[in-house]
Design a protein around this ligand. Sequence first.
Ligand SMILES: Cc1cc2nc3c(=O)[nH]c(=O)nc-3n(C[C@H](O)[C@H](O)[C@H](O)COP(=O)(O)OP(=O)(O)OC[C@H]3O[C@@H](n4cnc5c(N)ncnc54)[C@H](O)[C@@H]3O)c2cc1C
Length: 408
Amino acid sequence: MKSLKVLISGAGCAGPALAFWLARVGHRVTVVERNTSLRTSGAQIDIRNQGVEIIKRMDLLEKIREKLVYEKGAQFINSAGEVTVTLGTGNQAATSEYEIMRGDLVNILYNETKDHDNVKYIFGETVERYDEKDDKVVVQFSDGSHDSFDLLVGADGQGSHIRSTILPPGSNEYRKLGVYIAYWFIPHIETDTNYFTFYSCPGRRSILRRWHEHSDTQVYCVFKDTCNPDKFDELMKAPVETQKKFWVEKFHDAGWETSRFLAGLDNTTNFYCQEIVQVTTDTWSRGRVVLLGDAAHCPSPMTGLGTTSSLIGAYVLAGELTQNSDDLPLALKRYDETLRPLVNEAQEISSFNLRLMFPQSQWAINARLAALRFLCWLGIPSFLERFANDTSPWKMPHYPALDKDEKS
Ligand SMILES: Cc1cc2nc3c(=O)[nH]c(=O)nc-3n(C[C@H](O)[C@H](O)[C@H](O)COP(=O)(O)OP(=O)(O)OC[C@H]3O[C@@H](n4cnc5c(N)ncnc54)[C@H](O)[C@@H]3O)c2cc1C
């Protein structure tokens, strides 16, 4: 195997996961992160399906287990605050058995790689520009310094700068769902249970409540509106105080415990708001530049598969690069061919499901709750969950070269 010199842009989940595999087999990796330190913010994310197998292959299962957020299941409540439906945890359920705070996962992946002889992290820098030569890519960093690499990997998230450099001009890389979300943490009170709690109110609005530690409760406000994209584009760029004011106005009459949730906005330090989009592009690589994780195929938080698909993507990319280290075009082609069916599956959100998630009227909300109650009475959710592990036709490849035992 030829040892490659690889530059990864972005130290979120995907970047450090790729560094982990590449370093394990002797490639040399630099990770450049725009933020001046590791970005450990974010709320609860989940690892599902084949993602669990990946963390086992990384020997990280125990470390991740120590940080898991325990959720008993999911509950739907009505406007009186009464629980009307309770569902269990599971691979296809709203809450999985591997729920973890984003910061904890990012920290675990970073700590696993930061002291490795083959890995170097640079914070507070970006890739300013790059020049591709036949045998290398020459990168200029934002501090003006240069270095050359065999490969540049864009693991720089949903709004990837690297992606914008490889896509044909005018490409439409986003699938907009017309869904907007804000989340923040508020002080936990005794009645905040450790169920993932869903509440819907008229006007295609939902509030979700989760609880990850004794002091903090997570609040998520979500709404769907496909009629005012320009207005919301502006909002996403507005100062945080303007954004907070918007969410208060949008949800002030929502009922349930909304007044407490909105009051918590004043003192929270974790407020974040974004438009929920999917990254859908046919182009994951060009020459010696390749995309990974959300930069390539963000499926959106609505699928619960963003982290899982980036962890799997990191494994597949590392495997193909290692197996084909003397033929990068072949490695990148095989990465695309192998991973894309999984990504296509992960990105499936039908417009019917979207409508179901965001009912317009109280009548539709009540009808959805009644239908869910009936399905539960028939035992259908738990029946489906029993077979959930077998629902994905995508079979995870195995790259023996990445196995620890093979290496030692
Ligand atoms: C601050 C933050 C909070 C999040 N919160 C949630 C959440 O609550 N729930 C959820 O489901 N998903 C959340 N996500 C997304 C989730 O982490 C990803 O969907 C998933 O884990 C895939 O990870 P990724 O590494 O591809 O992307 P990300 O985790 O987004 O990581 C991308 C990294 O690239 C860095 N970066 C961006 N631009 C540049 C640049 N030009 N040069 C160098 N580095 C750059 C970013 O700072 C970040 O560290 C969050 C992401 C971020 C960045």
